[in-house]
Structure formats: structure tokens, C-alpha cells
Design a binder for this molecule. Structure first.
Ligand SMILES: Nc1nc2c(ncn2[C@@H]2O[C@H](COP(=O)(O)OP(=O)(O)O)[C@@H](O)[C@H]2O)c(=O)[nH]1
Ligand SMILES: [Mg+2]
Length: 455
């Protein structure tokens, strides 16, 4: 562990024109440094009570850098549980940077990404799952994502993980205790009880795993790809869903050559909408590249909006696509119904078809409703914390280990208890890494390096 509680500082606000900027200092020397650089009528920061804030001037060699507010927070009642000083100065590109430089000249080290939150974890104020919630909250793109992150920050997910961990630990302890008995003394109910207890843990893990889908959507959003042959109305649909003219719409086939991505929010879930180049064989190199990019996005899509021009017969690309699309992941839009429907309904797979006239917005409400249904986004308004990819991987691995332990116990041999207990130990070790009961440098780096400097 290369954790040294030296004093660190960073600008905590985003750079650019703004009302104020905040510089944060954390560690044993925070208050001494504040005394050196901050001039103010009255007691210096180090003699101020916790929670005090003072108005004064940040100085470098007697020259004023900026007028600022300084807040004093004392260990352990601060974000990091260390002495923390926050300086609020004027926003913009210069003041905060100069104040930070002045602080660094006092022998303070520039904080690494996420280091303040890492200290909050290492000092036991929050666990790893709560630390991750801080990042989720900062990155949230919708009210619903933010509400889920706040739930997680408040510890509701940590409670579930701790419960699973404790139950697995108890089970393991019971089995290990039996190892001290001679074979004849082993309590007769030990194995059946153990199996029942293990099933309970498995059930708990399964329950938490069920939140992953939602967690994935809340954090990464859903990738919804609009595709179809040229000129069917793909860009018209993108613009209609966005409510503004983002993509060029024209009757000339092959107008959209690159992929265009924009985000909308549906039921509190960020939807990454991608408009693509129309699928066709073409000699134009640029358009061919566009079609190649379209296909790459189509492979990754959570949901396809495949558009057909209903007033034309289907093309070979349509037949190929319609055959490869999966019902659960596709919505087929038969557009331009104002021009009369020529295509035969039997040519279009029966899974969801919507008839539309996209240039007038006809069919749009149904398309939105269907996106919500297909992606399972319906929201009751009740926020709940949901697991991330990292949690999922660990839970799945632990699940396998515990299941293995059950299989061993079910073989019914007393001498196999030691093997079952060993399996459970593996599971417990992994489970501990979720909340950070057990951690190693690499795990912390992989989590905190995703933060910004200053958080
Ligand atoms: N008549 C009719 N024209 C439409 C409809 N939807 C789009 N268009 C027109 O079809 C042309 C191609 O639309 P566009 O969105 O650029 O197609 P894309 O190539 O698939 O992106 C444009 O002139 C649109 O105004 C519709 O429902 N009915
Ligand atoms: Mg287009």
C-alpha cells in the first residue's frame, strides 16, 4: 500500500468561465499552508474552529492573487476525514490555477485523480461501493441515474453486499468449526443446514444480479441505432426524436455518410441515438466507409430502429437485414405511408412494425413508446441502487464458488466439508473486494483513476 498521508491539493471545479472556482487542500499541513497564503483580519485559519469560513486574500510574496473565501474543516469531520481547507476564488482560467501553484510551492503535492475520495475510503468514511457512487453521481446524465447513485452513496447497495458477505462468512465458520469435531461428533444437521444456508446466499446474490441490466442502462445508456437503405427517412427520425434539426435531411440518396450520435433521455435513461449512412452498394469511397461504420454500430446496438420506405419494394439490403434482426432488439418502421404502401406485409417479419410518416411526426409517439417497452425502461419513480459491471463480475464468480460448495456438501460425505469450506473462502475473498473489505493497489487504481483530479 503506497498510501502516505501527506498533504494534497487540487482544483475541484471544472476549468473555464464561471462564478467561482474551488481549490481543495487535505492533510496534516492544510491549515498551516492556509495560514501562510491567506491574509485576513483576525485569527489565522489554524486557530479557527471547525466549520469556520473567512473572507480574505490569497497572497503570493505580498501580492494579492485573488479575493477569496476560505473554509476550515477539521479531521475527522471532513470529506477525507483529514484536515481540509477549501478556498473559493473567482472562476475563470487564471485565479484558481495561480492559487494552486502557490499552495504547491508550500510543499503540498498535487492530488492524483480521485485521491480525495480514495482517502475517504482508506480512512473508513465510505466503502468502495459508496466511492463508486460518487463517480456515478458526477457522471449521471439524468435525474434517474443521479437518484440511483444517491441511493448507492447512502449505503443501500453496501448493505446488501455486507449481508451476503456476512451470511457466507457465517456459513463458512460453521463448517470450519465442524472440522474440529471428530467424525462421530459432527452434528447430524450440519450438512443439510449448510446447504440450506448456501442456497439462501445464492438467492441473495441472484437478487442483486438482477439489477445489473438497469445499472448498465443508467450508467452507460442504451445504444439505439437507426438504419435502413438510403433515403428512407433515417435522418428525419433522428431529428424528430431529438426535436431539432441535427442531421441534414434531403431527397438525395447518400446524404448521411458518417455516423451521427446524439443523446436523448427516455424514462430517465440516456439513449444514445445513432443515425447511419444508408445501406447500399456504392462505388463512392466515402459512402462505403460510412456503410462500414454503420455496420459496426449495428453490431453493438441494444436496439435497432430499422426503417423501410413503404412506398417502394424491398431491396436486397432490406431482405438481408430483416432476416438477421432479432425480434427482441428491433423495431421496424414502415415509413412514407402517405405515398401509399407498396411493400407486402408478408415480406416484413411480424415482430414490431410501426407505420409512420416521419416528415410530419406521425408514428413518433408509438416509436418512443416501443423503445421504452423493448428496452424495459419503465420507471416507477422509486429510485433504487443498481450494480455495476465490476460488481456483476465478482458476484458471478462468487456464485459459481458457492454453488460448487453446495455440490460438494450434497455429496454428503463428512470428509468433504473441508473442501466445501475452501470453496466458500474463495467466494468470501472475492465478495470482500466489492465493498473493499479486502483490497489491493491495482483494484483501487482501477477505480479511482476514473475520477477527475479534485474529487
Ligand atoms: N413523403 C414522405 N417523405 C418523407 C417522409 N419521411 C422522410 N421523407 C423525405 O424523404 C427524404 C429522405 O429523408 P432522410 O431523412 O434524409 O433519409 P435518410 O437518407 O434515410 O436519412 C427527405 O426528402 C425527407 O423529407 C415521409 O414520411 N413521407
Ligand atoms: Mg440520412
Amino acid at each position: 500500500m503506497n498510501y502516505q498521508p501527506d498533504t494534497i491539493a487540487a482544483i475541484a471545479t471544472a476549468p473555464g468561465e464561471a462564478g467561482i472556482a474551488i481549490i481543495r487542500i487535505s492533510g496534516n499541513n492544510s491549515l498551516t499552508v492556509a495560514d501562510h497564503i491567506f491574509s485576513h483580519a483576525g485569527e489565522p485559519p489554524s486557530r479557527r474552529p471547525p466549520g469556520a469560513f473567512m473572507r480574505g486574500f490569497v497572497r503570493l510574496n505580498e501580492r494579492i492573487i485573488d479575493e477569496a473565501l476560505l473554509l476550515v474543516m477539521r479531521a475527522p469531520h471532513s470529506y477525507t476525514r483529514e484536515d481540509v481547507v477549501e478556498i473559493q476564488c473567482h472562476g475563470g482560467f487564471v485565479s484558481a490555477r495561480r492559487i494552486l501553484q502557490t499552495i504547491l510551492h508550500e510543499g503540498v503535492r498535487l492530488a492524483e485523480p480521485g485521491e480525495f475520495t480514495k482517502r475517504a475510503f482508506l480512512n473508513g468514511r465510505i466503502d468502495l461501493v459508496q466511492a463508486e457512487a460518487v463517480l456515478d453521481l458526477i457522471r449521471a446524465q439524468s435525474d434517474r441515474s443521479a437518484a440511483a447513485a444517491v441511493e448507492q452513496l447512502n449505503g443501500s447497495l453496501s448493505d446488501s453486499f455486507n449481508d451476503i458477505y456476512d451470511n457466507a462468512l457465517h456459513l463458512c465458520a460453521d463448517l470450519e468449526a465442524a472440522l474440529d469435531f471428530s467424525e462421530d461428533d459432527t452434528p447430524p444437521a450440519l450438512i443439510p443446514d449448510g446447504i440450506a444456508q448456501a442456497h439462501k446466499v445464492l438467492e441473495q446474490i441472484r437478487g442483486v444480479l438482477e439489477t445489473w441490466e438497469e445499472g448498465h442502462l443508467l450508467r452507460e445508456g442504451a445504444l439505439v441505432v437507426i438504419s435502413g437503405r438510403p433515403n428512407v427517412g433515417k435522418s428525419t427520425l433522428l431529428n424528430a426524436l431529438l426535436g431539432r434539426n441535427r442531421a441534414i435531411v434531403s431527397p438525395i440518396p447518400g446524404t448521411t455518410r458518417d455516423t451521427l450520435e446524439e443523446t436523448i433521455i427516455l424514462e430517465g435513461i440516456p439513449i444514445r441515438l445513432v443515425d447511419t449512412a444508408g445501406l447500399r452498394n456504392t462505388t463512392c469511397e466515402i459512402e462505403r466507409e460510412g456503410v462500414r461504420r454503420a455496420r459496426i454500430h449495428m453490431q453493438k446496438a441494444d436496439l435497432h430502429l430499422y426503417i423501410i420506405d413503404g412506398s417502394q419494394t424491398l431491396g436486397i439490403e432490406d431482405h438481408a437485414q430483416l432476416n438477421s434482426l432479432k425480434a427482441a432488439q428491433s423495431i421496424i418502421i414502415i415509413n412514407k405511408i402517405d405515398l401509399g404502401i407498396i411493400i407486402q406485409e408478408k415480406d416484413v417479419p411480424v415482430f414490431y412494425n410501426i407505420k409512420a410518416q416521419l416528415n410530419t411526426g406521425k408514428g413518433l409517439i408509438e416509436i418512443k413508446r416501443c423503445i421504452i417497452e423493448r428496452l424495459g425502461l419503465t420507471y416507477s419513480g422509486q429510485p433504487r441502487a443498481v450494480i455495476s459491471e465490476r460488481h456483476k463480475k465478482i458476484l458471478q464468480k462468487s456464485f459459481v464458488d458457492i454453488k460448487e460448495a453446495v455440490t460438494i456438501l450434497e455429496s454428503g460425505q463428512n470428509e468433504t466439508i473441508v473442501l466445501a469450506a475452501a470453496r466458500l473462502r474463495f467466494a468470501i475473498e472475492s465478495l470482500g473486494q466489492i465493498t473493499g473489505k479486502a483490497y489491493y493497489d491495482e483494484l483501487l487504481n482501477s477505480i479511482f483513476s476514473r475520477f477527475c483530479v479534485g474529487k
